[in-house]
Design a protein around this ligand. Sequence first.
Ligand SMILES: O=P(O)(O)OC[C@H]1O[C@H](OP(=O)(O)OP(=O)(O)O)[C@H](O)[C@@H]1O
Ligand SMILES: O=c1cc[nH]c(=O)[nH]1
Length: 175
Amino acid sequence: MANKEVLDNASLQRALTRITYEIIERNKGGEDLVLVGIKTRGEFLAHRIADRLEQLEGVRIPVMAIDITNFRDDIPDHHDDLGLNQAERLNISEKNIVLIDDVLFTGRTIRAALDALIHIGRPKTIALAVLVDRGHRELPIRADFVGKNIPTAQNEKIKVFVQEIDGKDAVEIVH
Ligand SMILES: O=P(O)(O)OC[C@H]1O[C@H](OP(=O)(O)OP(=O)(O)O)[C@H](O)[C@@H]1O
Ligand SMILES: O=c1cc[nH]c(=O)[nH]1
């Protein structure tokens, strides 16, 4: 069956802009704010949000990208590697972190990301922004900023496309 587009380019841009306004509202002045994008697509979304924040507020918020693969609970022999070299590793202690990912589903990726972050520092706060919340949580995790809630069946898949690696901005549902 063909994929069904649930967010087109324009709606995806609007969703990111709305998330950015909400982040600004919650973090007046942007002090001590750090955006952390979960690789792969969360990293690109984090940079997009940082660009919007700069346009709207005139401040450049630091962005760090993390690879949470080694912190997943289904990988038995994980060895605490965030896929960051020393220069890429920001100081997150006492910072207000906004974790950013494309899709929130079971919540296991976010659990792993929390583990990864706490491994490298002690943030003051951690909030979560996702482009799509598709439901079906298996852990007590929720997002603070949501681009769009898309109710799905368990056997469907949400596919997020980003211009940087997919050549377009869109969200599709794969049956
Ligand atoms: O809440 P969860 O059940 O953890 O699902 C959400 C995660 O799943 C996706 O990654 P996926 O592992 O499918 O890899 P991808 O980024 O290559 O699509 C997506 O990018 C999220 O990070
Ligand atoms: O539907 C889903 C579930 C997990 N990750 C995705 O990117 N899509």
